[in-house]
Write a protein that binds this ligand. Structure first.
Ligand code: FAD
Ligand code: NAD
Length: 477
């Protein structure tokens, strides 16, 4: 018998499962097809929950605690015996966090009356979806609408083919069973910096090879400069303009060659992480006559509201243009579900937050100073450091600063940029302000609680007009 559903979602990652839940909330019948088997068990949650955001943050937090214990407590007058690490226990905790969350998503789908089909989905012509279960017969589902949410996978580069647990992608780098003495990382992007930090804190000597001559090209230059300085001080050896020409395993060690302006170099590592970006997963997703077109980079082509080239078919998340971020995928999923249900829906692509979960964290939203100038704004900026913030000093966590970018003609906030404690949370103050079209003066007029890290946000807003209180500012008005 042919199954029918108002909505069929292919992919149960953050984009797909949020789309499915929102569609069900709106009274639609929903099937979600997800094929992932994680550690032997079918799993929802996609890259994010299984091999991305969550396990990486679990290891970032564990490694941060270890590093803090080793280095940061004596000055608080706290002493204890020798600190050691048990990587197996650390990994087991990470796996438990993942299990808890992926199990939670299964419960949410069930509770919302959504059918989870375990296996692969393929879009056929006429909004029909072919479902190939892990076990059993292929069947065809008739859908009122289809949401494609198959996500992305790591890019592999021919010069550094993956080899067991020695040359690995991000998934492999989350599973190391011991701390490599020397760790190479190709790519100084978000994954390279986050996972490089994890293993560096646990004791690896980490060398990061980045092909570009600029560090964190998408970030505001002041933030990128401070991040590079801070991570270098923490021990990450970041080499820019380094083009890897080969990587191979010899006698259990990874031999890497790369070129920069000074010529050809070689390095020997115990392990190598390849983190050079991700690409959309479209293999097996679309029949030749599905009618869905891809763009020149292999992403499913969509309009500003995630409509694909076939009426009633939507595509969201890492499968489509824009930053590959879980929260972007989630909001696109909600938008697609609401449009299918006939509601008005929008997504403000200008205000998608970026966070790098190093320590200190790095986060930004809106325009960088450079971007704002390139877009023709008459820019004014203000910056304030955590160094003199009472709460940050009390917590002994006072590196970094907050920077605002604003339009000097209208006083409107254009961007907020933070490197510092809790940056990933603090940045939402800028998001909310900008979503409401706030001016710098709006922030200046607010009363921020004392002593809090957020006072740096207030001071940075004051600094835009040369009137920060806890700094000697020359400009006065
Ligand atoms: P995915 O999460 O990739 O989910 C797609 C799912 O579809 C997969 O589970 C796949 O099995 C399934 N699928 C594919 N094809 C089919 C098919 N034909 N049939 C059935 N199922 C199919 N983002 C952040 O915002 N914050 C972070 O801190 C962060 N950290 C990350 C850390 C790492 C190490 C990595 C790798 C990524 C990280 N990301 C982070 C990115 C984030 O994981 C992705 O942007 C997000 O998962 C994309 O969601 P999605 O739903 O589009 O796709
Ligand atoms: P990325 O695009 O962030 O960084 C890849 C880096 O590798 C770039 O700097 C690029 O110039 C460099 N590179 C590319 N080819 C190279 C080569 N041959 N040699 C040396 N360097 C090379 O990609 P990523 O770090 O792999 O992350 C993938 C995606 O996952 C990103 O889009 C990111 O948004 C997402 N992610 C997000 C978070 C977060 O939000 N905190 C964390 C991890 C991953």
């Amino acid at each position: 018998m042919t199954q029918k559903a108002d909505v069929v979602v292919i992919g149960g990652g953050p984009g797909g499962y949020e789309a499915a839940i929102r569609a069900a909330q709106l009274g639609l019948s929903v099937i979600c097809i997800e094929r992932r088997i994680h550690k032997g068990k079918p799993a929802l949650g996609g890259t994010c929950l299984n091999v991305g955001c969550i396990p990486s943050k679990a290891l970032l937090d564990s490694s941060h605690k270890y590093h803090d214990l080793k280095a940061g407590y004596a000055k608080h007058g706290i002493q204890f015996g020798e600190v050691s690490i048990d990587i197996a226990a650390m990994q087991a905790r990470k796996d438990k966090v993942v299990d808890t969350l992926t199990g939670g998503i299964a419960g949410l789908l069930k509770g919302n009356g959504i059918t989870w089909l375990q296996g692969s989905g393929k879009l056929l012509a006429g909004k029909r979806v072919e479902f190939t279960p892990h076990e059993g017969e292929i069947e065809v589902i008739e859908a009122g609408s289809v949401i494609l949410a198959s996500g992305s996978k790591p890019i592999e580069i021919p010069v550094a083919p993956l080899v067991d647990d020695l040359i690995v992608d991000s998934t492999g780098a989350l599973e190391f069973t011991s701390v490599p003495a020397r760790l190479g990382v190709i790519g100084a992007g978000v994954i390279g910096l986050e996972l490089g930090s994890v293993w560096s804190r646990l004791g690896s000597e980490v060398v990061v090879l980045e092909a570009l001559d600029v560090f964190l090209a998408a970030a505001d230059r002041a933030i990128a400069k401070e991040t590079q300085k801070t991570l270098t001080k923490q021990g990450l050896d970041i080499r820019l303009s380094a083009r890897v020409t080969g990587a191979k395993v010899v006698d259990g060690k990874v031999h890497v060659t790369y070129q920069d302006a000074a010529g050809e170099h070689s390095e020997v590592f115990d392990r190598l992480i390849v983190a050079v970006g991700r690409r959309p997963v479209t293999a097996g997703l679309l029949s030749v006559d599905s009618g869905v077109s891809l763009d020149e980079r292999g992403f499913v082509h969509v309009d500003g509201q995630c409509r694909a080239s076939v009426p009633g078919v939507y595509a969201i998340g890492d499968l489509v243009r824009g930053p590959m971020l879980a929260h972007k995928a989630m909001e696109e999923g909600v938008m697609a579900a609401e449009l299918i249900a006939g509601h008005h829906a929008r997504f403000n692509y200008d205000l998608v937050i970026s966070v790098i979960y190093t320590h200190p964290e790095v986060a930004w939203v809106g325009l960088s100073e450079e971007r704002a100038k390139a877009e023709g704004f008459d820019v004014k900026t203000g910056q304030f450091a955590f160094a003199v913030n009472g709460r940050a000093l009390a917590a002994d966590d006072n590196a970094g600063f907050v920077k605002f970018v604003a339009d000097s003609k209208t006083d409107r906030l254009l961007g907020m940029h933070v490197i510092g404690p809790g940056a990933g949370d603090m940045i939402h103050q800028g998001l909310i302000a900008m979503e409401f079209g706030a001016s710098v003066e709006d922030l200046q007029l607010m009363c921020f609680a004392h002593p809090t890290l957020s006072e740096v946000v207030h001071e940075a807003a004051l600094a835009v007009d040369g009137r920060a209180i806890h700094a000697i500012q020359r400009k006065r008005k």
